[in-house]
Design a protein around this ligand. Structure first.
Ligand SMILES: Cc1cc2nc3c(=O)[nH]c(=O)nc-3n(C[C@H](O)[C@H](O)[C@H](O)COP(=O)(O)OP(=O)(O)OC[C@H]3O[C@@H](n4cnc5c(N)ncnc54)[C@H](O)[C@@H]3O)c2cc1C
Ligand SMILES: *[C@@H]1O[C@H](CO)[C@@H](O)[C@H](O)[C@H]1NC(C)=O
Ligand SMILES: *[C@@H]1O[C@H](CO)[C@@H](O)[C@H](O)[C@H]1NC(C)=O
Ligand SMILES: *[C@@H]1O[C@H](CO)[C@@H](O)[C@H](O)[C@H]1NC(C)=O
Length: 820
């Protein structure tokens, strides 16, 4: 038996403690999450429970004149019996999920003020009360009370079947016939029905299996189920039935065969029948054969073994989550930063990857854990992911290459499938590394990381909501590393149950309760009442072997050397692009220098905009010098010292506020140098040209986006700047957190500016600079900015030329200067 885990609860429940310095921040984030609708729902049930939550608004449409019969639980959220019963009711909802078109489950919280009138209308006195509403009930019907109802799932299920059979007229249209069949009916069956399979469940009169299986399959086409009593002598002798219950498949022409199952029980019949050839869920396209897939999908179909785990899926999931999903956050701060740190830490610790990938995860992890700031920019994180420091043997392969997670359509499976697989593998790794880990293991570590990753980053917000609803149980239910493995498996099955038949279900990969009896016969058994039961011990050993690192297949993986080569090429081209940009910028600067200097001696006012404070001449001069010096330093430093566009902010973060080749000077100086790329924008005046330049920049951005696709993140130099401000002045954490809820970039930028305002040493000049920078860099890359600069310089040179031209002409003509 496994050891109990230490420091577990604190780690999982109190995420605050993992990050003590930021308690205030985390606390406010925690509040933020509590305010989200999914974090706290008042009643005993949530939208994830497959139970219709009744409200005064929907009660009529659900109960009156409905085509399905409905069972309603009237409860009070404070009542102890109701709380105890809610688990049973939830299990029931999952158990009879497939009956939905014929029978729905609903619940209403009578303790909620707004529901009082509804409960009063149905004369509810005690809690919980369960009522059965027939299909097509009238508005004045108050339902049939199920007095003394059983408190277990199978008892309730049987009671519901009894109630369904009381429909005298107005039989729910979706509900198949439930009465026993006869030889005569079976003989005529194929004359009137075109289904392929007729399943006959032979049973005794008091058995419910036949009816349950019938209802379990009501959403499936090409199969019909009838119950046959053991007293139906003709059929029993014709098929030679000796065992009750047993199930036979009967075909047109009188052929029949026994359905082979591990146990003669409802669940085994139902799942076997649902997977018969030709049987499909209504409304779903039939499964496509692999041949068709091979010919039709854009990417070549990669044949794979369905009972194996592929490293290609895990790496693809990593790529997608880190380069696409996390990239949606230009700045990662607060709870998100905590989530990212936990996620990366768990990956670095447990991901059973190739050496190159592990090297990368470890370097990202040690970098990330060293980040002391409140926030990091995605850019800086991305630079680490892309190994911009070019460490040896370190890379995370780019791109998606799904194998076991391939879908029959491009929108099916893939990433979410990869994510599930990844976390199963991680929980299993954590368990198998238990013996080597001397310290008291934190058994909730992986699940906690998964939970916070899903909450902070998982793109499917609805999934995150459902997952969060479940994840709250981790605290009480997981106390060992193996219970973490089991917990994730069982919750994944809950999700499978909920999603069976949903739009996201791939017809080729139907959602089943996993592993199927074919995959793991030993995992399944039946209880004395005939209900299905998992043998958890067997499931655990199955999971430990299925997801174990030495069984992961490496088919279709890109070669390590290839991965490294690609990374190097990408790095080089990025480097080249950067250098080209530098050269252009330098040329522009030189050109503008030669234009500006004669002008500076004359008048400085002409280039000032209405809104801007006039700039001091000496400041402008200093600036030029600094710019030149920086450019010169770049030359000397050469290639190696030059960070990549992505690497740049990272360098700033890692090495602190001072870049090695910069002249350390007064604070004001530093600020100017940092913005070296955008230095000329300060005196950027002409509205017309500004608009034009922005337009061009924007259109080039669009082009860039379409070319580079989603993976490419948006570099925003302003964040590097912001970070530098923070670290440089030790202002981290000084920012009051009243602005917790701001999510959008604009708001964050405002906050960064606010911080700038705090640093009064910078004075107004800096602030208006910051404003400009913020306005101009929203959504633009450095390339855009430099385009702006070029355009601006060109246009101002043009203006200048015109100005000089006219000046000299007027001077010649009239002998005196005229100001424009
Ligand atoms: C945290 C999370 C929450 C999600 N919530 C939703 C949601 O609310 N709504 C929605 O539409 N989609 C949701 N999804 C996506 C959905 O669960 C599936 O991932 C997606 O539909 C793809 O399904 P799939 O057929 O590839 O199998 P998946 O369910 O993704 O499973 C992947 C593979 O894991 C194995 N597996 C299956 N069941 C188990 C199990 N119980 N234990 C261990 N291994 C198993 C199988 O080999 C399977 O092929 C969620 C995904 C995640 C990661
Ligand atoms: C009930 O629904 C049926 C069809 O669903 C419809 O024909 C009938 O008019 C409805 N009756 C009332 C009272 O709404
Ligand atoms: C798929 O293509 C191959 C040849 O490329 C062909 O032989 C085969 O019949 C095709 N299969 C289908 C289902 O179209
Ligand atoms: C798939 O993997 C399972 C388990 O390792 C193995 O028993 C089976 O033979 C494999 N199937 C194929 C087609 O390789």
């Amino acid at each position: 038996m496994a050891r109990r885990c230490g420091r577990a609860t604190s780690r999982f429940t109190g995420e605050i403690q993992t990050y003590p310095r930021k308690t205030a921040t985390s606390a406010s984030w925690l509040c933020f999450y509590l305010l989200l609708p999914f974090a706290a729902e008042a009643g005993l049930y949530t939208t994830s429970d497959q139970i219709i939550l009744l409200t005064p608004e929907n009660v009529e449409s659900v109960l009156v004149n409905s085509t399905a019969a409905t069972v309603v639980e009237f409860y009070a959220s404070w009542c102890g019996h109701c709380i105890a019963f809610s688990d049973v009711y939830r299990d029931l909802a999952r158990d009879i999920k497939e009956w939905k078109p014929a029978l729905g489950l609903a619940a209403i919280d009578c303790a909620a003020e707004e529901n009082r009138r509804v409960c009063a209308n149905y004369s509810i006195r005690g809690y919980p009360t369960i009522k059965f509403f027939h299909a097509f009930s009238q508005a004045d019907s108050s339902g049939a009370s199920l007095r003394g109802f059983p408190r277990d799932v199978s008892g309730l299920r049987h009671l519901i079947i009894n109630k369904l059979e009381t429909h005298t007229h107005n039989w729910p249209p979706a509900c198949p016939p439930l009465e026993p069949t006869s030889q005569a009916e079976v003989d005529r069956f194929f004359e009137t029905n075109s289904v392929q399979h007729l399943a006959l469940v032979f049973e005794e009169a008091n058995s419910y299996i036949g009816r349950e299986v019938t209802l379990d399959l009501l959403q499936f086409e090409n199969v019909a189920v009838r119950r046959v009593l053991n007293t139906e002598k003709d059929l029993v002798t014709k098929l030679g039935v000796t065992e009750f219950p047993s199930c036979y498949l009967y075909y047109a022409g009188g052929n029949f065969t026994r359905l082979q199952v591990n146990f003669e029980a409802r669940t085994f019949y139902s799942s076997a029948l649902q997977r018969l050839p030709g049987v499909v869920r209504s409304g779903k396209p039939p499964p496509v054969t692999t041949e068709v897939l091979t010919n039709n999908t854009k990417e070549p179909w990669r044949p794979f073994n369905r009972s194996r785990v592929y490293m290609a899926d895990l790496e693809s999931a990593l790529h997608y989550s880190l380069r696409v999903e996390v990239a949606a956050h230009t700045v990662i701060e607060g709870q998100e930063l905590v989530s990212l740190k936990k996620y990366i830490a768990v990956l670095a610790k447990y991901f059973p990857g190739r050496t190159v990938v592990m090297n990368l995860l470890k370097s990202v992890n040690s970098w990330l854990q060293n980040q002391q700031g409140d926030e990091i920019s995605y850019e800086a994180f991305r630079a680490m992911l892309d190994n911009s420091a070019q460490s040896q043997n370190t890379a995370l392969p780019e791109g998606e290459r799904w194998v076991g997670c391939q879908g029959s359509q491009p929108h099916l499976r893939r990433y979410p499938c990869g994510m599930w697989t990844l976390f199963h593998v991680l929980t299993v790794q954590a368990k198998s590394m238990e013996s080597t880990d001397r310290s008291s293991p934190d058994c909730k570590e992986v699940l906690s990381a998964m939970r916070s990753y899903v909450r902070s980053f998982f793109g499917c917000r609805e999934c995150a909501e459902h997952f969060e609803n479940m994840a709250t149980e981790v605290v009480t239910e997981v106390s060992t590393l193996q219970s973490a493995v089991i917990w994730l498996w069982s919750r994944h099955n809950r999700v499978n149950n909920r999603l069976a038949g949903a739009l996201s279900e791939d017809p080729n990969f139907p959602k089943i309760q996993w592993p199927s009896p074919e995959m793991c016969a030993a995992c399944h058994t039946v209880e004395t009442n005939g209900d299905h039961k998992w043998i958890k011990k067997q499931v655990l050993s199955f999971l430990l072997s299925y997801f174990s690192s030495d069984r992961i297949l490496t088919d279709y993986l890109e070669d390590e050397s290839q991965v490294l080569e690609k990374q190097r090429e990408k790095h080089d081209s990025r480097q080249k692009a950067l250098e080209a940009q530098k050269t252009i910028e330098r040329k522009v600067r030189e050109a503008s220098d030669s234009m500006m200097h004669p002008l500076a001696s004359q008048s400085t006012v002409q280039e000032e905009d209405e809104g801007e404070e006039p700039e001091d001449e000496t400041v402008a001069d200093e600036e030029e010098e600094a710019g030149e010096e920086a450019a010169a330093a770049d030359e000397i430093g050469g290639k190696t010292s030059e960070p990549t566009p992505w690497g740049k902010p990272e360098m700033e973060l890692v090495q602190g506020p001072w870049r090695p080749h910069r002249k350390p000077s007064i604070v004001g100086m530093r600020m100017r140098e940092v913005q070296e790329d955008i230095v000329d924008l300060d005196s950027f005046v002409n509205q017309h040209y500004k608009a034009k330049a922005l337009q061009v920049a924007a259109s080039s951005r669009v082009k860039q986006r379409t070319l580079q696709r989603k993976e490419e993140q948006e570099p925003g130099p302003v964040f590097g700047l912001g970070m530098e401000l923070d670290t440089g002045l030790g202002m981290v954490g000084l920012q009051p957190m009243e602005t917790n809820f701001e999510q959008d970039v604009g708001q964050r930028r405002k906050r960064l500016q606010k911080r700038e305002l705090n640093g009064q040493a910078f004075g107004d000049e800096l602030n208006h600079r910051g404003r400009w920078v913020s306005v101009l860099t929203i959504g633009f890359s450095k390339v855009d900015i430099s385009l702006c600069v070029i355009l601006y310089v060109l246009s101002s040179m043009c203006l200048l030329a015109m100005y000089l031209f006219f000046k000299t002409r007027f001077r010649l003509r009239r002998g005196k200067a005229i100001l424009p």
